[in-house]
Write a protein that binds this ligand. Structure first.
Ligand SMILES: NC(=O)c1ccc[n+]([C@@H]2O[C@H](COP(=O)([O-])OP(=O)(O)OC[C@H]3O[C@@H](n4cnc5c(N)ncnc54)[C@H](O)[C@@H]3O)[C@@H](O)[C@H]2O)c1
Ligand SMILES: O=C(O)C(=O)C[C@@H](O)[C@H](O)[C@H](O)COP(=O)(O)O
Ligand SMILES: [Zn+2]
Length: 360
């Protein structure tokens, strides 16, 4: 087992990474406050892992709530099912919630924990690659609104993150690829050595070679933890994790939540950001080709929906609602080079429109 730490002073917490950690009662016991535990999961993950997860909390009064599965259910209505359970079963302020599932479950459980009785503890038990490398770490929680992704939420850090890499054995190939989009993101924004490692090892990751997966998860979590420690609430630096997301979130909302996976939106959206970075003279054609090749080898889309499916105006309308918008300016994460990203609202509007038109 590897242990990393998200350094946040007296709110610092560990990320445990290893095979078969799910049912380990001794590992999680110190992070459970009180006696009442509510495991939040969904209809796909429950038959696979709920019983095993319950074993880890056998010393407590453990209950569970099973939500419908899908990005289209990441909303206030579904969140209310968690509150129904907490309030109906008289959970008190000293309870602990467990997020057992992918990023949708993690974001919703974290938000429920942030809001229930103004804040209770929670533990992340991520079971998708995407949630193990990204969403379980850093305390961004929330739900979607029809007009925009993650528009309602809170920063609320977990007590610990338990990454059982064995859970990836049951994940669909498409979901594994979606997780790789966020892994590649770390290389692009801040870790050029990791980008090179990914170029050399992407097929091993697709083949789920345990050593390669463990390394990619550890390195991603370390990269994420480093920036979260410096900028927990996204005053600046943390916004780099949004590479490809201003475009990608627009695709997810515009096409209807669940049609495009989050990682697929990030992949196509990152290529839109790459193309725009090339137009600005930051990246060469060779850089663009190299980045595109890695996303393609990871079996990810590099083009957004067609103009017929999603017009430039629709894109721009949704992008204008992004959380990084300042004084009406759409701020984007662009690349200076492979491994160096920056946030800017200072670009000619025609360049954004050219990107939306050309990169299809
Ligand atoms: N909070 C953050 O920092 C952050 C970061 C990145 C993404 N996100 C959010 O995370 C969400 C995407 O997360 P995701 O990609 O994990 O999607 P997801 O949670 O929808 O999970 C993908 C699918 O895999 C299933 N699944 C989960 N674990 C499984 C397993 N071990 N075996 C088989 N099937 C399994 C799920 O039931 C679901 O059908 C988006 O809502 C995105 O906005 C949040
Ligand atoms: O942790 C972060 O910060 C991120 O931006 C990680 C992203 O991968 C993730 O998709 C996040 O939910 C997007 O944040 P948002 O603030 O744009 O909703
Ligand atoms: Zn993301």
């Amino acid at each position: 087992m590897k242990t990393l730490t998200v350094e946040l002073g007296d709110r610092s917490y560990p990320i445990f990474i290893g095979q078969g950690l799910m049912g380990d009662a001794e590992l999680v016991k110190p992070y459970v406050k009180g006696q009442q535990v509510l495991i939040v999961t969904n209809t796909t993950v429950a038959p696979l892992y709920l019983e095993k997860c319950k074993q880890a909390f056998a010393d407590f009064n453990v209950q569970s709530v099973v939500l419908p599965d899908g990005e289209e259910y990441k909303n206030l209505e579904t969140l209310n099912l968690v509150f129904d359970e907490l309030i109906g079963k008289r959970f008190d302020r000293s309870c602990t919630l467990i997020a057992l599932g992918g990023g949708v479950i993690g974001d919703m459980t974290g938000f429920a924990a942030a809001a229930f009785q103004r804040g209770v503890n929670f533990i992340q038990m991520p079971t998708t690659l995407l949630s193990q490398v990204d969403s379980s770490v850093g305390g961004k929680t929330g739900v979607n609104h029809p007009l925009g992704k993650n528009m309602i939420g809170a920063f609320h850090q977990p007590e610990c993150v338990v990454i059982d890499t064995e859970t990836l054995n049951t994940l669909e190939d498409r979901q594994l690829s979606a997780g790789l989009a966020e892994v590649i993101k770390y290389g692009l924004i801040q870790d050029p050595e990791f980008f090179e490692w990914l170029e050399a090892n992407i097929e091993k990751l697709l083949a789920r070679e345990p050593e390669a997966l463990a390394y990619a998860i550890e390195r991603s979590c370390q990269d994420k933890a480093d920036i979260v420690a410096k900028d927990e609430k996204e005053a600046g630096l943390r916004a780099l994790f949004n590479l490809g997301h201003t475009f990608g979130h627009a695709i997810e909302a515009g096409m209807g939540y669940g049609k495009w996976l989050h990682g697929e939106g990030v992949s196509a959206g990152s290529m839109q950001a790459v193309y725009m970075s090339k137009l600005l003279g930051n990246l060469t054609q060779a850089d663009e080709t190299r980045i595109q090749a890695l996303f393609e080898r990871a079996k990810l889309p590099i083009l957004p929906p067609s103009v017929a499916e999603m017009s430039n105006d629709k894109f721009l309308g949704l992008m204008a609602g992004d959380k990084k918008v300042q004084a009406g300016t759409i701020r984007l994460v662009l690349l200076k080079s492979i491994g160096q990203a920056y946030v800017t609202g200072d670009y000619p509007q025609e360049l954004l429109e050219k990107t939306l038109t050309d990169w299809r």
